[in-house]
Design a protein around this ligand. Structure first.
Ligand code: SAM
Ligand code: SF4
Ligand code: F3S
Length: 460
């Protein structure tokens, strides 16, 4: 018999999404069942993010909605975990009276126990104040992940970050870099391949720093990728890459004919050397553009995407123009562009005032968004006429159409006479928009490891 139903809200990065899969797995193992929406749940969990002010505000507004649901369902419990919990700990109880318990990023396996304790506290008329926020542990928690997809799997390879970029809260909420041992990762990916998964996504705040903490010169990100090329799984992708740590060896593995996908998410943050220095990013615009050139030359068909912050304190119009110029030169396949959000606790928060006015941040954001949209559209249109390998993710919004991703992480909407969800198919690209590619499946579906981006002929 079910012990109750749960619903999880997830904000933040893909590592947080994967942690939510761990929370779901722990609860299902303990006898709980997933609910379709929070109104049907007895337990709601918030897996929170603190990287900008917006997701933190969202947590409080959603907590207000849960307070209303509690009036309808007095059994309902709200637990808050993730990066905000890790940073604010018991202070969270003062922010919202709807919160029953707070748990740390390394206390996920304790969830069933925390829920029981919160229930007992409620029965005794003492709602709230159940906590478990341990200090950040040395090792990754071993969780029974309940993966949301049966063909694409996330695999964490590092936790934490030791970079301390001046604007970023992540090292404070997740701790210093901790790499998993290569044997553990290889075993996990091999098991996923055996279970029929077609794609794994390796996760870390900075995957290229993999192994630096293990003090063994043989344990590097490039060597890990090489080991994973031996596993019979069609696609291995990874995110995020830090320009400071990408080695020649990583570029070499990506350029070889193998299962490593031709997509690199590499945040530039700014095109101004002065701002990059204030951000403590550890590279210059020249080094970054050199990397982009090398990657495009040595990894045919690569799609490089990025993150940019506008309105970092002291960013002048000239600094911003440097960013615009870099975007024009790099011609990213896509970009996430953010307005600087001061984070208490970070170096930039104490060192600088948030000097760029909100309307100026907005103006710079819109200029870059428009420019990037135009570049993305132009780059996507270059793919018309190609036949690309697509991993089918499911039906699209329109009847008879399906959605999937290319190896280089472009979204493709295509027509197909049958539902091939979870299969690798070949799609002939007939049109392109800013959002991605449009096409039609070319039958029969061919399980192949051939490269995309360089193929022009239909594969039939
Ligand atoms: N580790 C990744 C890297 O350095 O490439 C970045 C991970 S961070 C979770 C994702 C993005 O959030 C960053 O690349 C940055 O653009 C943005 N970000 C981080 N702190 C921010 C802040 N205080 N204000 C605005 N954007 C921020
Ligand atoms: Fe934050 Fe910098 Fe670490 Fe990325 S590399 S998570 S931006 S501190
Ligand atoms: Fe956010 Fe924490 Fe990820 S602050 S971006 S959820 S590591």
């Amino acid at each position: 018999m079910s012990r109750g139903r749960f619903y999880i809200f997830t904000w933040g990065c893909q590592m947080n999404e994967h942690k939510s899969e761990g929370m779901a797995g722990v609860l299902v193992r303990a006898g709980y069942l997933p609910a379709e929406d929070p109104a049907q749940a007895d337990i709601v969990l918030f897996n929170t993010c603190m990287v900008r002010e917006k997701p933190v505000d969202k947590l409080y507004s959603e907590a207000g909605k849960i307070a209303l649901l509690k009036e309808e369902n007095p059994r309902l419990l709200l637990g808050v975990g993730g990066c905000v919990a890790q940073a604010l700990k018991e202070r969270l109880f003062r922010k919202s009276s709807a919160i029953d318990f707070v748990f740390g990023s390394s206390n996920i396996s304790e969830l069933p126990d925390l829920i029981e304790r919160a229930r007992r506290a409620r029965a005794l008329g003492r709602p709230g104040w159940v906590m478990a926020v341990d200090k950040i542990p040395d090792r990754l928690e071993d969780l029974p992940y309940l993966r949301t997809s049966r063909f694409q799997a996330k695999v964490t390879i590092t936790e934490g970050c030791s970079n301390f970029c001046s604007f970023c809260i992540v090292p404070y909420t997740t701790g210093l870099l901790r790499s998993r041992l290569p044997g553990e990762i290889i075993a996990e990916v091999s098991a996923l391949a055996q279970q029929g998964y077609k794609e794994v996504q390796l996760l870390g705040q900075n995957v290229d720093s993999y192994g630096k903490d293990l003090k063994n010169p043989q344990i590097t990100f490039a060597n890990l990728l090489r080991a994973l090329t031996e596993i019979p799984i069609a696609r291995v992708r990874f995110t995020s890459s830090h320009p400071q740590d990408i080695t020649d060896d990583v570029i070499a593995v990506m350029g070889e004919e193998n299962n490593i996908c031709e997509h690199l998410h590499m945040a530039v943050q700014s095109g101004s050397n002065r701002v990059l220095d204030e951000m403590r990013r550890g590279y210059t615009r020249e080094r970054f553009l050199e990397l982009v050139r090398a990657l495009k030359e040595r990894v045919p068909g690569i799609n490089i995407t990025t993150d940019i912050i506008v309105g970092f304190p002291t960013e002048t119009e000239e600094d911003f123009e440097q960013t615009v110029d870099l975007v024009k030169q790099a011609r990213f396949g896509g970009a996430f562009i953010f307005k600087y959000s001061p984070r208490p606790g970070t170096i930039a928060f104490y060192k600088y005032k948030d000097t760029v006015p909100p309307e100026e941040k907005q103006r710079r954001l819109e200029i870059l968004l428009e420019l990037q949209k135009q570049i993305t559209h132009e780059e996507n249109r270059k793919r018309i006429g190609q036949t690309v390998e697509v991993l089918v993710e499911g039906p699209a919004r329109h009847d008879g159409l399906f959605l999937g991703k290319t190896r280089d992480h472009k979204t493709v909407v295509f027509s197909s006479p049958e539902d091939l969800t979870g299969e690798l198919v070949w799609v002939r690209v007939t049109d392109a928009s800013v959002a991605g590619l449009v096409g039609e499946v070319t039958l029969p579906p061919l399980p192949s490891r051939e490269r995309v981006g360089v193929r022009v002929e239909a594969h039939v």
